[in-house]
Design a protein around this ligand. Structure first.
Ligand code: NI
Length: 138
């Protein structure tokens, strides 16, 4: 039998606060570009995170990736650091990087990429609201 590539998905959730701001710009410019998201006292989102792992089914297990292990990795590497946090203040990388959904997705990808075998493809989908979401890699 040909080896079939299958995508498996793990859906997770975290709540976090953030503020979008470019320190190189004036207050006026930041307000113009980011609107309410520039609120100096931060605001929160209920983020929905979908981690997609794609690869060949392992004939021994019948799995592409053990979902319990995937769940444990996401919890330890992402949720424990992001959930109920202020991303700008509590997460080191976002002290310098604007915590937009785009940047959060790239950061999560980079974190998980190191933990998941290279022969498996990884994709991150991050919902910031029910209607707005990003995907990386595009
Ligand atoms: Ni926001």
């Amino acid at each position: 039998m040909n080896k079939k590539r299958v995508a498996v998905f793990r859906k997770e959730h975290f709540n976090a606060a953030h503020r979008l701001n470019n320190p190189d710009w004036s207050q006026e410019k930041n307000l113009e570009v980011f609107g309410k998201c520039n609120n100096p006292n931060f605001h929160g989102h209920n983020y929905e995170l979908i981690v997609q792992v794609t690869g060949e089914v392992n004939p021994a297990t019948g799995y592409v990736f053990d979902m319990k292990i995937l769940s444990d990795i996401i919890k330890a590497e992402v949720l424990d650091h992001f959930d109920h946090k202020n991303l700008n203040l509590d997460v080191e990388i976002f002290k310098e990087l604007n915590p937009t959904a785009e940047n959060i997705a790239v950061v999560i990808y980079d974190i998980l990429r190191e933990k998941i075998n290279e022969n498996l493809d990884l994709k991150i989908k991050l919902f910031e609201t029910e209607r707005n979401y990003v995907e990386y890699p595009a």
